[in-house]
Design a protein around this ligand. Structure first.
Ligand code: FAD
Length: 423
C-alpha cells in the first residue's frame, strides 16, 4: 500500500512471504479443518440416502501454500517494492542491517509477528507447536493438545475429526478465555460430545520419551501415553535480539512493541503493527493496521487504529464466531443489558443421529437498545457473523434486527427472529 501511494519501500523477510497466516496459520489450518469436518459430512450424507462406501483418510500435504507464497511475492514486486531476503536487525532510529549491509530509511516498520511459547516443564522439547503440526508425515496413534485458546480447540477438533483419539487439556476452568463465557462452556460440551477427551483444570507437569510414545504426567498424578503432544499455550511477540531496545524502542513485559494509536513506537521514526504489538492478533487486524499506517504516513490522512467490533471465528468443530462484547464485558461497560438467546438442532442435522445444537446469543444495551454483541456456535458461524458484524458496526438496534426479514429456512434467520429475552 505504501508503494502504491508513492513511497520508496524495501521489505526484509527472513522466512516465507505471507508470514504466519499463509504458511503456518489461518490458511493451512482452515484447509485441515475442512478435511476434518468431512467425516461428519459422510455421516450426514448417509442419513440422506447416499451410500459411498466406508470413507478412509490420508493426511494431506502442503500444496496450496507454495502457490500463495508466490502470489504475495508477485504482489510486492508488482507494487515496486524492493525485496531483501534475510533477517533484519534494527541499528538505530533510521538504520536497518540485513546480511551485513546497512539500509537507511525515513520510516521503519516492525511487523515481525509472534512465535509459539512452550511451557517450562521437563520434557517440553518432546512436544510440537502449531508450526510443526502442519508438517506431520503421519497421523499419531493418540494426541494431546495443551491449551484453551482458539489454536488449541481448532487443532483438537482437527485431530479428533480425522480419527485420532484426542485429549484437550487446559489449566483453566473454561475454554476460550476472552470470549463470552457461555460460548466457551458450550464449546467444551459440544467437543466432548464429538469425542474429544476435554480435561479442564488440568495441565501436564512432565513429559518423558518412551520409545515412539511420550508419557505425560498430569497435575492430578494421572499418567497417559501419546504419540503426539502439541502445546498451544500462547505466542510471544518476535522482538528478541532485534535491536529495538538499543534503538530506544520501549517493549512491554511480554516483549510486545509499545505503540500509540497511530502504531508509532517510543521512537518517532519506528512503527509496529500486527502480532508484534500484541493488540488483537488476527490477520485482518494486522492488514487494517497496515492500511491505516500507510494512509497516515503517505497520504497525509492521519488514521488511528479502530479496534472496536472486530469479528472473529474459531474453526473448531462445531465452528463458532463472535462480534462485539461478551455478556460479561457488556455488563461491565454498559450496566443494564438485555440478553436474547436460542439453541436448536439445525434442520440439516434433523435426519441424522447427531445431537449437535446451534447456539446464538445477542447482547443489547438496554438504554439505547443497540446490539453490542452477537455470538454463535454452529455450522459456518464465521460466514453468518461476518454479515451480522456490519449491522453491529453500524450501531443497529434490536428493533432493526427485528425489522429485518429472515431467509427461510436457514440457520442464520434465527438472528432476526429472537423475541424472548433470556434475561
Ligand atoms: C495456528 C494459527 C492459526 C491462525 N488462524 C487464524 C485465523 O483463522 N484467522 C486470523 O485472522 N488469524 C489467525 N491467526 C493469526 C494470524 O496468523 C496472525 O495474526 C497474522 O499472521 C499476523 O500477521 P503479522 O504480519 O503481524 O505477523 P506474521 O504473519 O507472523 O509475519 C511476520 C513475518 O516477519 C518475518 N520476520 C520475523 N522476524 C524477522 C526479521 N528479524 N527479519 C526479517 N523478517 C522477519 C517472519 O518470517 C514472518 O514472515 C492464526 C495464527 C496461528 C499461529
Amino acid at each position: 500500500m505504501s508503494a502504491t501511494y508513492g513511497a520508496r519501500v524495501a521489505i526484509a523477510e527472513s522466512g516465507r512471504f505471507g508470514g504466519t497466516c499463509v504458511n503456518v496459520g489461518c490458511i493451512p489450518k482452515k484447509l485441515l479443518s475442512y478435511a476434518a469436518h468431512f467425516r461428519e459430512d459422510f455421516e450426514v450424507a448417509a442419513a440422506y440416502g447416499w451410500n459411498a462406501g466406508a470413507p478412509s483418510f490420508d493426511w494431506p500435504k502442503d500444496r496450496e501454500i507454495h502457490r500463495l507464497n508466490g502470489v504475495y511475492e508477485r504482489a510486492l514486486t508488482g507494487a515496486g517494492v524492493e525485496i531483501i531476503r534475510g533477517r533484519a536487525l534494527v541499528k538505530g532510529a533510521n538504520e536497518v542491517e540485513v546480511n551485513g549491509r546497512t539500509h537507511t530509511a525515513r520510516h521503519i516498520l516492525v511487523a515481525t509477528g509472534a512465535w509459539p511459547r512452550l511451557p517450562q516443564i521437563p520434557g517440553s522439547e518432546l512436544a510440537i507447536t502449531s508450526n510443526e503440526a502442519f508438517h506431520l508425515q503421519n497421523l499419531p496413534s493418540r494426541a494431546l493438545v495443551v491449551g484453551g485458546g482458539y489454536i488449541a480447540v481448532e487443532f483438537a477438533s482437527i485431530f479428533n475429526g480425522v480419527g485420532v483419539p484426542t485429549t484437550l487439556a487446559y489449566r483453566g476452568s473454561r475454554l476460550l478465555r476472552g470470549f463470552d463465557a457461555e460460548i466457551g462452556e458450550r464449546l467444551g460440551e459440544e467437543m466432548a460430545r464429538k469425542g474429544v477427551d476435554v480435561r479442564l483444570n488440568m495441565d501436564p507437569v512432565r513429559l518423558v520419551k518412551l520409545g515412539a510414545q511420550i508419557e505425560v504426567l498430569f497435575r492430578d498424578d494421572s499418567v497417559q501415553n501419546y504419540g503426539l503432544v502439541m502445546f498451544a499455550t500462547g505466542r510471544r511477540p518476535v522482538t528478541r535480539d532485534l535491536g529495538l531496545e538499543a534503538a530506544g524502542v520501549k517493549l512491554a513485559a511480554d516483549g510486545a512493541v509499545v505503540v500509540d494509536k497511530y502504531s508509532r513506537s517510543t521512537v518517532d521514526s519506528i512503527y509496529a503493527i500486527g502480532d508484534v504489538t500484541n493488540r488483537i492478533n488476527l490477520t485482518p487486524v494486522a492488514t487494517a493496521e497496515a492500511m491505516w499506517l500507510a494512509r497516515t504516513l503517505f497520504r497525509n490522512q492521519p488514521t488511528p487504529v479502530d479496534h472496536a467490533n472486530v469479528p472473529t471465528a474459531v474453526f473448531a468443530n462445531p465452528n463458532l464466531a463472535s462480534v462485539g462484547l461478551s455478556e460479561e464485558a457488556a455488563r461491565k461497560a454498559h450496566g443494564a443489558i438485555d440478553v436474547y438467546k436460542t439453541s436448536f438442532r439445525a434442520l440439516k442435522l434433523t435426519l441424522t443421529g447427531t445431537s449437535e445444537r446451534t447456539f446464538m446469543k445477542l447482547i443489547v444495551e438496554r438504554a439505547s437498545q443497540r446490539v453490542v454483541g452477537a455470538h454463535m456456535i454452529g455450522p459456518d458461524a464465521g460466514e453468518v457473523i461476518q454479515g451480522v458484524a456490519i449491522a453491529v458496526k453500524l450501531g443497529a438496534t434490536k428493533a432493526d434486527f427485528d425489522a429485518t426479514l429472515g431467509i427461510h429456512p436457514t440457520v442464520a434467520e434465527e438472528f432476526v427472529t429472537m423475541r424472548e429475552k433470556a434475561h
